[in-house]
Design a protein around this ligand. Sequence first.
Ligand code: SDX
Length: 392
Amino acid sequence: ESGLITIDPGYKNTGSTQSAITFLDGEKGVLRYRGYPIEQLAEKSSFLEVVYLLIYGEAPNRQEIQQFQDKINHHTLIHEDMKKFFDGYPSKSHPMGQLAALVCSLSTFYPESLEPDMNEEEVDQTIIKLLAKMPTIVSWIYKKSMGHPYMYPKNKLDYVSNFLYTTFGHRTEEYEIDPVVVNAMNKLLILHADHEQNCSTSTVRIVGSSNSNLFASVSAGIAALWGPLHGGANQAVIEMLEVIRKDGGDVDKWVEKAKSKTDSFRLMGFGHRVYKNFDPRAKIIKKACDDILDKLGIDDPVLDIAKRLEKAALEDSYFVDRKLYPNVDFYSGIIYRALGFPTEMFTVLFALGRLPGWIAQWKEMRENKEPIGRPRQVYVGSGARDFKEISE
Ligand code: SDX
């Protein structure tokens, strides 16, 4: 065909869309949701306010957030038949594989959500259902992994408290909602809520661009987030820090290992496609680590290793020359662990935080009536040739 096709592996220099949701400046380490700096949102808003802000474009007032919470609370239960899906998984199956399948399976309970030409009200209903059911699904995945009974949501609780209740609550005693834990969870979820056209969000957009339903589009995003180069890094960071701790905590040795081109080992939680400066989220999470672990009276040896590893890398020209800094995944697992989550649940928590971003971006793509995603290629395979039947 006429016209030059330029290949841009990993879309490093390709813009896929115009968006009004999230702004980030990689050089300056700036991140804003709908114009609000992440530093202010992390301090002054709740995760549910940020969910509303990302999806509807403006921050809610007190009445709007209450109505939003009430609408969500009507849909926190999942169909009892979904229990059969949970029971079907082998006990050690990875939570991300379960989450991707369970979220896609939600579409089978809501045939109306499969209609490509849903009106605004029906789109909003579908969004509310997914927002409401995701925490229930995430907490039940955790309960199943522990062999504990499922906890049903309590509709008088706010979004994050309800999630903590269904996750850590037990039928045998009252669950004490700890404000330190609620505050830490809100902050972490806010910091993960959106990040413009990252790998998983681009996946949600391209799947949604074929008019596939919201549940299936988000399920595809969950699959993309699972990768250790993306959201899966938060699990890989803690596994890496544990290996370094068991190896005696010699961070310089591991920094050298990460520089080697013959060794596939990378410093997980380091580097970023866009940030060529400190990831602003990593800064906030690092500060929160000290505060939360102190308040919870936890002394986690890997926090000291993480700080020493960061220092050693940032003094090394290999990392400085390549502008490799800690990213959002470097410290987040230390807090998740302090809150009581097992390592395999970390990336599922990233998905819970990123859900409003995926939804907002999917909604914006539909409202902008963007065309189906279908890039071209440069063909480098065999020239035309005749096929011989196998008998010959
Ligand atoms: C997230 O896109 C987003 O916004 C993602 C995210 C979001 O909110 O959605 O921010 C969340 O995914 C954060 C990133 C989590 N991933 C990790 O921490 C995994 C470790 N990091 C890397 O694998 C890497 O830095 C990426 C994947 C994050 C970015 O990869 P790029 O942009 O394709 O960069 P690259 O792999 O080409 O690396 C450039 C150079 C290479 O060296 P040279 O070939 O130039 O000699 O830097 C080196 C790489 O070898 N390098 C590292 C490194 N990261 C890059 N070397 C050692 N350790 C690392 N972590």
